[in-house]
Every structure is written in C-alpha cells, then in structure tokens.
Design a protein around this ligand. Structure first.
Ligand SMILES: C[S@@+](CC[C@H](N)C(=O)[O-])C[C@H]1O[C@@H](n2cnc3c(N)ncnc32)[C@H](O)[C@@H]1O
Length: 276
C-alpha cells in the first residue's frame, strides 16, 4: 500500500522550501558552491515553490552564498554537538563530512519535521553523523526538549541560526539568543544571519514582504549592530560582507547585498565564539 506523505509545509515553514529550491538550482551549475543532492527531492515533494519565484529571483544568489558561508563555519568549528535552530529543509546532516562522533540536532516546527522525515525516508537518505530531530516551537520551552533529546550543555556546541531571526518577534528572538547562550559551554561557536532595518525597508523588498505577509511569515525583527548584540550575550563575533564572500568564491556579489545598489542595507552573516 502506498504511504500517504505528510502535508507539505505551510505558513512560515514554507519559507524552508524556498531556500531548498535555491540550493537545488545551484546543483545545475558547472562548479556549485556545495553539493545538495537531496534538495530537489524535498522541493518536489513539497509541490512547487513557483509562487515564491519572485523572492528566489531577488535573493537566490544570496541563499547560495550564505549556504557555503555557514557550511564552512560549521566544518571549521568541528564541535562534538551541532544544533541547527530552525533547520527547515537543511540537509547538512547528510551532505557534509562531519568529524566522527558528531551529534547534530535539528530543531523546527513539528509539521515541518514530520514532512521532512517522511521525504528523507522515501529518498533513502543516510546521515553522515548522528542526527537527532527535535520538533518544537521556538516560542515555547525548546531548551528542555533539546536537553531531553540528548544535548549536553556542558560540552561545546556549534549553533546555526540561518534564515530565522527576521521571522521572529523581537522578544522571541531575544529569548532564543538568551537560551542559546545559556546552553553554550565555553568554546561553543555560533553562526547566524540577520538583517538591519534599512534592509527591511528596501523598496526591492516590498513585494517580498507582501508575499510573506500572505503566507503568515511576516518579517518582524532586525538588528543594527550584530557584533554589539552578540557581545551582550557573551559572544565575540565577526561579520563577513557578501562582497568579500563573493570574491572568495569567484562569484558576482548578489545584487540584493551589493552596496552600490542597496547602500547601507545589510544582511548580516556573523560567526562567533563564546567568551563568557
Ligand atoms: C527561511 S526558513 C530557513 C530554514 C533553514 N535554516 C535554511 O536556511 O534552509 C525559516 C525556518 O524557520 C522555522 N521557524 C520559524 N518560526 C519558528 C518557530 N516559532 N519555531 C520553530 N521553527 C520556526 C520555519 O519552520 C522554517 O523552517
């Protein structure tokens, strides 16, 4: 009997399909910045992401560049525990070469993770580390769920918060940062993405906000100085500009992050180590 797949993601969880679609498209390039053989299957199972084509046209190059940035940050970090907060349809547990003994936790909404697990099972995907999924809502007590799932706050961890903070109300974003920091032993690392107010207010972003608004995935947060923000939580952070990232990988600067086109509007890509 054919198994019925879980319902494809809706609402804010559907934004994960958009990112997976950008990663799938990158696989058609001659020299992709990363290999993600599962992305296309996940997008296919989600139906179509064509209603989000406008967003992908605008920001697809950025999604690709940021994927490589965070791949490199996580692999360089090489911590025994990795936590992908709001993992979405991220397949790093399967496609990156992790040091032996790595335990990787994926946090996201229960409906999203049910769908993802179903599709990955159908694709016969095998993780390259110990992978633990933690269905939760980041507005609730996710820290307890993470510890119950086997996370050890006394061991260093590498945290990733990619494509998340802008979707959270400011108080929830602060609570997430507070808990991440409280759970981080010395030598932990953190990598994150956020945006500043100027970026949210870009005229180019109006159509994106409208589209996300109809999906119940409104942007609600921004940060002016991510280094100072992270410092306040006990992290020493450095920000990498997309201009440097693009040069490093011999790619054009994504137009949506090109200072000649967007001025001081910024999508922050930051990496940090625990100082407190
Ligand atoms: C733009 S996607 C990014 C996914 C992934 N990090 C990536 O870059 O491919 C945003 C993700 O945040 C998750 N998310 C948003 N709000 C959440 C919440 N309150 N609790 C758990 N996950 C949430 C969504 O389900 C979605 O998977």
């Amino acid at each position: 009997m054919k198994r019925v797949l879980q319902r494809p993601p809706v609402g804010v969880a559907r934004t994960a399909v958009l990112i997976a679609a950008a990663r799938a498209t990158e696989q058609h390039r001659l020299h992709p910045l990363f290999h993600d053989p599962l992305a296309a299957g996940l997008v296919r199972a989600a139906g179509s992401a064509s209603d989000l084509n406008g967003v992908r046209t605008l920001a697809g190059d950025h999604f690709v560049l940021r994927t490589r940035y965070f791949d490199d940050a996580l692999l360089a970090s090489a911590r025994p525990q990795v936590v992908l907060v709001a993992a979405g349809l991220d397949t790093r547990a399967f496609r990156l070469s992790w040091p032996p003994g790595t335990r990787l936790f994926e946090l996201d909404l229960p409906e999203l993770l049910r769908f993802k697990e179903d599709v990955l099972r159908d694709l016969a995907a095998e993780p390259s580390c110990e992978r633990v999924v933690v269905p939760c809502d980041l507005r609730d007590d996710w820290a307890t769920a993470l510890i119950r799932a086997g996370f050890d706050p006394n061991r260093p961890a590498a945290w990733l918060l990619e494509g998340l903070f802008m979707f959270l109300p400011p108080d929830v974003g602060e609570q997430v940062m507070y808990l991440v920091s409280a759970l981080s032993a010395q030598d932990s690392t953190l990598a994150l993405e956020h945006v500043n107010r100027e970026f949210r207010d870009l005229p180019q972003m109006r159509a994106v906000h409208e589209r996300f608004g109809t999906m119940d995935a409104r942007w609600q947060s921004d940060v002016e100085d991510p280094v100072a923000w992270l410092d306040g939580y006990g992290w020493h952070a450095t920000v990498t500009h997309q201009v440097d990232l693009a040069a490093r990988h011999d790619r054009a600067v994504p137009a949506i992050t090109d200072p000649r086109k967007v001025g001081d509007a910024r999508i922050w890509l930051a990496s940090a180590t625990r100082t407190a």
